[in-house]
Design a protein around this ligand. Structure first.
Ligand SMILES: Cc1ncc(COP(=O)(O)O)c(C=O)c1O
Length: 373
């Protein structure tokens, strides 16, 4: 599949989709997958049971190829928050344990840690960031003490797209016997990442950003050795076996990560995610990233020419364009919304995040609207 064919998998209308770090449209194959299963559920009910479970399993395979992990290390959740909470509350934090994270982490990777620390009387060690400055692994590593239990970090920060050197963080975690937890929500689909090689202990990602799957599904990847040690937060038939197993008070939890999926699954969303990951890998993450970065560069160039203030990390090209206006960002946001474009306020300004499915025409259209502000 080439880029042109990939772009054709997306619906075109007068709407501009430039908040892909927020909620990206789903691709056609994902929509078809949902329609396929909705039809089967409508027509076959229970008789589709075996087939949809096989497709859920196939989705695990797609994820395992995307992040380089075992199929049995994956658990589906409804959101990243669910997966992060499972990890944070399941690892048996003790009084005075320390968890290191940046103050700029997205709230789903902040509040679970904060609450888990509160309950266990552990310490949240927060590293303050200047959101427009470079984010480095050293900032996290400098906070390591003998009490550090976990470093929790986003591979790509959600406001400005700052990327962290995970190899460095991982090496420090290995040296000090610390668990590494990665929120890959703003990374997968745009960047390659190896769960195994980076020796990550827990990773979470959802469907609806750079993977162009539907909202409502996320997955947690857990290192095999940890699965037995982590207590499931949600308990049900899926913790121990399947919905067809007779109840048995002496049964033992499953040994793979599916023990964290307590009951019935959100099959439509999971299968659609599987399909969008398959297509993402067919075209190749590298070419998607090159295209998105190039559209973002074009956007930055044009926005600068209109005399807006553009914030960026010179050292790190990315697809996060952040800019502000002296006339007021809220006013600009309203103006853009009235012209049919949703752009969120994030960090120091407005965040515009093109994806590889966007076109040069999308960028030109955005600039034309901006010019009339
Ligand atoms: C870094 C990061 N993690 C996670 C999420 C999504 O979290 P959840 O699935 O809990 O809504 C976002 C969405 O904005 C994000 O930017």
């Amino acid at each position: 599949m080439n880029l042109k064919e990939y772009k054709e998998l997306f619906f075109r209308s007068e709407k501009l989709h430039l908040n892909n770090a927020g909620l990206s449209p789903i691709m056609k194959p994902a929509q078809e997958e949902i329609n396929f299963w909705a039809k089967r559920f409508f027509e076959e009910g229970y008789y589709s049971d075996h087939d949809y479970m096989a497709r859920v399993d196939w989705t695990r395979q797609q994820i395992s190829k995307l992040v380089d992990c075992g199929k049995d290390e994956i658990a589906f959740f409804q959101s990243c928050a669910g997966g992060i909470s499972q990890f944070a509350f399941g690892i048996d934090l003790k009084k005075d344990d320390e968890i290191i994270l940046f103050d700029q982490e997205y709230s789903s990777n902040l509040y679970p840690w904060q609450q888990a620390c509160k309950r266990a009387e552990a310490q949240l060690v927060v590293v303050d960031l200047d959101v427009v400055k470079l984010v480095t692994a050293e900032m996290l590593i400098a906070k390591i003490t003998k009490k550090t239990k976990v470093i929790a970090v986003s591979a790509v920060q959600y406001q400005m797209g700052a990327m962290i050197d995970l190899e460095k963080v991982s090496a420090a975690c290995q040296q000090n016997g610390i668990l590494l937890f990665v929120d890959a929500m703003q990374s997968l689909g745009m960047h390659t990442l190896s769960f195994k090689k980076l020796k990550i202990d827990g990773l979470v990602c959802g469907s609806h950003k750079w993977l162009n799957g539907p909202v409502g599904v996320a997955f947690l990847v857990l290192k095999k050795e940890l699965i037995q040690k982590i207590q499931p937060l949600s308990i049900g038939s899926g913790t121990y076996g399947t919905c067809d197993d007779p109840s048995d008070f002496s049964c033992e939890p499953k040994v793979d990560a599916s023990k964290f999926e307590a009951g019935s699954k959100q099959v439509l969303e999971i299968c659609a995610l599987g399909r969008s990951i398959e297509v993402t890998m067919q075209i190749g993450v590298d070419s998607l990233r090159a295209e998105a970065f190039s559209l973002a560069e074009h956007l930055r160039y044009e926005i600068k020419r209109l005399n807006f203030k553009v914030f960026a990390y010179a050292e790190q090209p990315n697809q996060f364009v952040n800019f502000s206006t002296e006339k007021g960002n809220k006013e600009l946001q309203k103006f853009l919304f009235n012209h049919g474009v949703h752009v969120p306020l994030r960090g120091p300004g407005m965040r515009v995040t093109p994806h590889a499915f966007n076109t040069a025409e999308d960028i030109d259209k955005f600039i034309t609207i901006l010019r009339s502000f």
